[in-house]
Design a protein around this ligand. Structure first.
Ligand code: X8Z
Ligand code: ZN
Length: 612
């Protein structure tokens, strides 16, 4: 979460400076003195903007931290008020930045101007009233999600992570359905707020010269927005055959388990049976679909419990992995200021996040940790953000970010791909490493988490981009949501859902307005990174059994990329680790190649009709 604030007291100066420049803007770049003066002015504008933004980012970070840790009417109001100033300033600077982009500036400065122009994810209209309204809506939506609970008939009220644990553990379709439906009640009041948020942010995007918010969101990838959409289609086409095989296998197994009345042999899978509140990753149903003769026979949740891992010990263990690669230990303030355990006495936003309060060393995570294998992985994910943030802390403010947002999401996941049986043995969690005959079980578990996620990672923003562009109208929000769920994932709602519901709002990133395509990209990138780092580490075995634990060379190569922050176009950063400038799902397909063969055999043997 990084916005681009600027101090209001400095703003008048900046505005004056830049407005003076607009008149000359049509002058073609050349060596005339006036052009040189303009270049000088642009350079100054960038420098001052960065200084101002960097100072103000601390205020916004603090107010958001406090609001997410203590959700009350007062913290909502304060957070909205800081957000409002922050957005007003960011919008003004983004507008002004556009005036300088045709000048012969250094590559760095041109890049900074482009980032200044295109990095707002919730741009407000120039009208201050509308900006205030947008800030209030945004805070309210966040609060509605954070405070969300479902209360059972016996009066017990559970929060999101607690309900997610039930979705991951229960195999009772009635109970799963109750929790699935119950959680989605929290989203109903979000619908009118979301609709207005889209209206206002679209106006903001138009004020900045974009057709709509979809175009702005797709403008952050060092290529044209439509090229980026095409790139996503290409990556998804690469993975889809593997997903189809997995879907077919899982549907077949669930059909055998639950019977035709609950899961049909054909068509989409009901979304409440896949071990996850949103059917976004399916690792929790591994036991229900595990291969009989290739099951590695251990469960990390149980291993953690057997060794008395509490929340802090889980985080320490994840830190230890990064230390083994040569990264410096986390600072004391991380341990003092992070939130690991859901407080009993107040509402917090439990959805896991990583923070960098001072854009230097005050890094923290905030997460209501469940003592499960799933959250052990999420901890690595969050720490990946923190180590990235610390690695780029010496970059100029505008470059203090990842190469593209998918990179930020991919780092911790890359590390978690190295949580192999041999790693678990090395850290004393597992006694014996299962032999290679159990690899199919391991790969299936991994595919349930990673491959199953990919269409979900893609569809959320396919929905939002169409909402932003007006192709999906408010009257079609829910229907279009379920159409896309079916199209990409082959899952369906277990009960009929009309427009009185607002199911997208039950997924954190929609009320929190966090773009989601980043996670799809991360799921491709992490396999590219893992493969390349394993090569650097000199691993000769199959890539799914490789762990880079303890390998300083791999760590140093990774660190070189992290230190670059956003200073170069992402293909340059990608090349530092992988040697390639292309995002490419071949690494995913290579990783899962033995599983793909096995899935196809299983589906053929069982005479399954794949597809939906
Ligand atoms: O939101 C997250 C992280 C925080 S950036 C926990 N993730 C996505 C999600 O939970 O929906 C990680 C994977 C996808
Ligand atoms: Zn993340």
């Amino acid at each position: 979460m990084k916005l681009y604030p600027a101090k209001l007291s400095r703003l008048s100066l900046l505005v004056a400076l830049a407005l003076a420049a607009t008149a000359c803007q049509k002058v073609q770049p050349n060596k005339t003195p006036s052009n040189e003066a303009l270049v000088e002015e642009a350079n100054q504008f960038i420098e001052q903007s960065e200084q101002t933004l960097s100072q103000l980012s601390i205020d916004i970070n603090r107010s958001e931290w406090i609001y997410s840790n203590f959700i009350t009417e007062d913290t909502a109001a304060l957070s909205a008020s800081v957000g409002e100033k922050h957005t007003a300033t960011s919008v003004k600077l983004a507008t002004l930045a556009a005036n300088y982009t045709n000048l012969p500036l250094t590559d760095d400065n041109l890049r900074k101007l482009n980032i200044l122009r295109s990095s707002l994810v919730l741009p407000a209209p120039l009208d201050p009233k509308k900006n205030a309204e947008l800030a209030a809506i945004s805070a309210e939506l966040n609060g509605l999600y954070g405070k969300g609970k479902y209360c059972f008939e016996d009066g017990r009220c559970l929060t999101q992570p607690e309900l997610s644990t039930i979705m991951g553990e229960s195999q009772d379709p009635a109970k799963l359905l109750e929790v699935w439906q119950g959680w989605r009640e929290i989203a109903k009041p979000m619908r009118p707020l979301f609709e207005r948020e889209v209206e206002l942010a679209n106006e903001g995007a138009q004020d900045l010269g974009y057709a709509n918010l979809s175009e702005l969101w797709r403008s952050q990838y060092d290529m044209k927005p439509d090229e980026f959409s095409t790139e996503l289609d290409r990556l998804w086409d690469q993975v889809k055959p593997l997903y189809d095989s997995l879907h077919c296998y899982v549907r077949g197994e669930l059909n055998e388990k639950y019977g035709d009345d609950v899961v049909s042999k054909q068509g989409a899978i009901p979304a409440h049976l896949l071990g996850n509140m949103w059917a976004q990753s399916w690792g929790n149903i591994y036991d229900q679909v595990a291969p009989q003769d290739a099951d590695p026979g251990y469960d990390v949740t149980q291993l953690l419990a057997a060794q008395d891992y509490d929340e802090t010990k889980m985080v320490k263990q994840a830190e230890n992995f990064f230390s083994s690669l040569g990264f410096e230990a986390l600072p004391d303030t991380f341990w003092q200021r992070s939130l690991f355990v859901q407080p009993k006495d107040r509402d917090v936003v439990c959805h896991a996040s990583a923070w960098d309060l001072d854009d230097k060393d005050d890094i923290r995570i905030k997460m209501c940790i469940q003592k499960t294998a799933e959250d052990f992985t999420v901890i690595h994910h969050e720490l990946g953000h923190n180590y990235y943030q610390r690695a780029y802390k010496n970059q100029p403010f505008i470059f203090k970010n990842s190469a593209n947002d998918g990179f930020h999401e991919a780092i911790g996941d890359t590390i978690a791909l190295s949580i192999t049986p041999s790693y678990l043995k090395q850290i004393g969690l597992l006694d014996e490493v299962p032999d290679a005959s159990k690899d199919i079980g391991l790969l299936l578990k991994q595919a349930l988490d990673k491959v199953a996620f990919m269409p979900f990672g893609l569809m959320i923003d396919q929905w939002r981009w169409k909402v932003f562009s007006g192709e999906i109208t408010p009257e079609q929000y829910n229907q279009a949501w379920w159409e896309l769920r079916e199209k990409y994932q082959g899952v369906k709602s277990p009960v009929s859902r009309d427009e009185s519901y607002f199911d997208p709002g039950a997924k954190y990133h929609v009320p929190a307005n966090v773009p989601y395509t980043r996670y799809f990209l991360a799921h491709i990138l992490q396999f590219q990174f893992h493969k390349a780092l394993c090569e650097t580490a000199g691993d000769k075995g199959p890539v799914h059994r490789c762990s880079i634990y303890g390998n300083k060379e791999a760590g140093s190569q990774l660190n070189t990329m992290l230190e670059m922050g956003r200073s170069q176009p992402w293909p340059e950063a990608l090349a530092v680790v992988t040697g390639s400038k292309e995002m490419d799902a071949t690494a995913v397909l290579d990783y899962f190649a033995p599983l793909q063969t096995w899935l196809n055999e299983q589906n053929t043997q069982a005479n399954r009709q794949c597809g939906w």
